[in-house]
Write a protein that binds this ligand. Structure first.
Ligand SMILES: Nc1ncnc2c1ncn2[C@@H]1O[C@H](COP(=O)(O)OP(=O)(O)OP(=O)(O)O)[C@@H](O)[C@H]1O
Ligand SMILES: [Mg+2]
Length: 414
C-alpha cells in the first residue's frame, strides 16, 4: 500500500438504491458504461455520488443535487421493487486501494428529513488500521514497505518517544498518546477518502459552457460546465504554460481550430475566449465562444477537466456523446483515456454511442467496458465485456459487435 498515493476506487457495492437492488462492480481506471435507456447507468453513478457525499459528511439535498443526483422523495431513492425497501437503508461500500469505506444511509421518509449515515465507524477503522500499521514494529506482510511510509513511521515513533519524555503521570501520557493517534487517524481517514469524496457526475450543457458569466456551486468545474473560464485563466497564469499548450494541442482535433486567447475586461466585465479559425479572413479571424460550435466547447471542457490538478481524482461523465460526431467521440475517448492515465484520474463514461467503444482497448485491464441491463425483475445488473468471453477470435470493431447485438445493450423493443 502506498500510503500517500491512494487513487483507485477498485470495487463499489450498492444495495437498495433506485433501480440498483444489489450489485458489486470492480472498476478499472477508465470505465465505459453502455446500455439501453432506463437500464440504470445514471443510477449507478448516482449511488457512487451518494457514497461520496457520505464520505465527505455532506448529505444535504443541495450537495447531492449539485453533484449530479436526481434528488427525489427519500422513499424513491430506495429500490421501489418491494414495499419494505422504502424503510431499509441504502448500503454502499467502496474498496479504496486495499481499504474499505462503507456507509448505511437511513432516512425516516418524513418531509425535510435528512439522510444519516448509521455506520460512521467503518471509515474510522481505516484511519485506525493505518495508525496501527504506522506504529507497529512489524513489517507489512504482503506488500513492499513504501519508503515514505517507513519515513513517516520513524518520525511518528520519535515524536511519541518525545511525548513520553514529557513530565506527567502515566495516565496523562497515555491520554496524550491516544489524542495524538486519533488526530493522525482522522487526517489519514480524510486523505484516504479524498479521491471518493469529490466524485461528481458531469453532464455539461451548451448554455452553461457558452456563458462565462456565472461560476458554479462546485469549484473548479460545475457539473453543467460552469466555471470553465476561471479554470482556463488559471492555466494561462501558470508559469510553465504546460496546460495551455496541452489544451491547444489537443483542441486541434477540431479542424478549424488554430489558437485561442483569453480576454477578461475588468471595466466592461466582459469575459471572452477569442478563437482563431483558420478559414476566416485575416481581419476577422477571431471569433468568441458565443459563435463557436457546440462540439468545440464540449471538447474544451473535457480536456480541461482531465488535465486540471484541481478537478476530482474520480468522476463520471454522463452521456459523453452529447453534441459530438461519432468519429470525434472515438478520438475523444482515446484522448480522455490517455489523459486519465497521465493525470491519475479515474473516470467512468456513460454513453449510447457505439463509437465510444472503439476508443477503448480491452486488452488493457485498466480499461473496462460494462454492459448495463435490467434483469427480469427490473433490477439493474451489469456484464463486464472482455475479449475472452465475448468477442474472441472476431476481428470486428467493438462498435460493430455492439450494433450487431453480440454484446447486448440494444433495445429489444423495436
Ligand atoms: N426508486 C426506484 N426503484 C426502482 N427503479 C427506479 C427507481 N427510481 C427510478 N427507477 C428506474 O430507474 C430507471 C432509470 O435509470 P437511469 O436513469 O439510471 O437510466 P439510464 O441507463 O441512465 O438511462 P438513459 O440512458 O436514458 O439516461 C428508470 O427506468 C426508472 O424507472
Ligand atoms: Mg442516464
Amino acid at each position: 500500500m502506498v500510503l500517500l498515493d491512494i487513487t483507485m476506487i477498485e470495487k463499489v457495492s450498492i444495495k437498495n438504491y433506485k433501480s440498483v437492488q444489489d450489485i458489486e462492480i470492480e472498476l478499472g481506471r477508465f470505465n465505459v458504461f453502455i446500455g439501453e435507456n432506463g437500464c440504470g447507468k445514471s443510477n449507478i453513478l448516482e449511488a457512487i455520488t451518494l457514497g461520496a457525499a457520505s464520505a465527505s459528511d455532506k448529505l444535504d439535498s443541495e450537495f447531492l443535487f449539485n453533484r449530479g443526483i436526481r434528488v427525489t422523495e427519500p422513499r424513491f431513492m430506495r429500490s421501489a421493487f418491494q414495499k419494505k425497501n422504502v424503510l431499509n437503508p441504502i448500503k454502499l461500500s467502496f474498496s479504496i486501494d486495499e481499504l474499505d469505506y462503507s456507509c448505511e444511509l437511513t432516512n425516516d421518509n418524513k418531509p425535510y428529513s435528512k439522510w444519516i449515515n448509521k455506520s460512521n465507524s467503518n471509515s474510522e477503522v481505516i484511519g485506525k488500521e493505518i495508525v496501527d500499521l504506522l506504529f507497529s514494529k512489524k513489517r507489512s506482510k504482503s506488500k513492499e514497505i513504501d519508503p515514505e511510509l517507513s519515513e513517516l513511521r520513524n518520525s511518528f515513533n520519535s515524536l511519541l518517544s518525545t511525548l513520553d519524555k514529557l513530565s506527567g503521570t502515566k495516565e496523562e501520557k497515555e491520554n496524550l498518546r491516544g489524542k495524538f493517534k486519533s488526530g493522525i487517524s482522522s487526517s489519514i481517514e480524510k486523505q484516504i477518502l479524498n479521491p471518493l469524496s469529490n466524485f461528481v457526475i458531469y453532464s455539461p450543457e451548451e448554455s452553461s459552457l457558452r456563458s462565462f458569466e456565472k461560476d458554479g456551486q462546485i469549484e473548479p468545474l460545475g457539473r453543467r460546465g460552469e466555471g470553465l473560464f476561471k479554470l482556463l485563466k488559471t492555466f494561462v497564469k501558470e508559469r510553465s504554460n504546460k496546460k495551455i499548450k496541452l489544451l491547444k494541442e489537443h483542441l486541434r482535433l477540431i479542424d478549424w481550430f488554430v489558437d485561442f486567447e483569453i480576454s477578461d475586461n475588468k471595466l466592461t466585465e466582459e469575459k471572452n475566449l477569442n478563437l482563431k479559425d483558420r478559414f476566416l479572413a485575416k481581419e476577422l479571424d477571431f471569433i468568441d465562444q458565443r459563435s463557436t460550435n457546440e462540439g468545440f466547447l464540449f471538447l474544451l471542457f473535457y480536456i480541461a477537466l482531465l488535465i486540471s490538478d484541481e478537478t476530482p481524482d474520480f468522476f463520471a461523465i454522463d452521456n459523453i456523446e452529447n453534441g459530438l460526431n461519432p468519429k470525434l467521440c472515438e478520438r475523444l475517448t482515446k484522448l480522455l483515456n490517455q489523459l486519465s492515465e497521465q493525470n491519475e484520474k479515474q473516470v467512468i463514461l456513460a454513453t449510447h454511442n457505439p463509437s465510444v467503444l472503439n476508443g477503448i482497448d480491452l486488452k488493457d485491464p485498466d480499461q473496462r467496458l460494462f454492459m448495463i441491463f435490467r434483469n427480469k425483475l427490473g433490477h439493474t445488473k451489469f456484464r463486464r465485456i472482455t475479449l475472452e468471453n465475448e468477442i474472441q477470435g472476431s476481428d470486428i470493431r467493438l462498435s460493430e459487435a455492439f450494433l450487431k447485438g453480440y454484446i447486448g445493450g440494444l433495445s429489444k423493443a423495436f
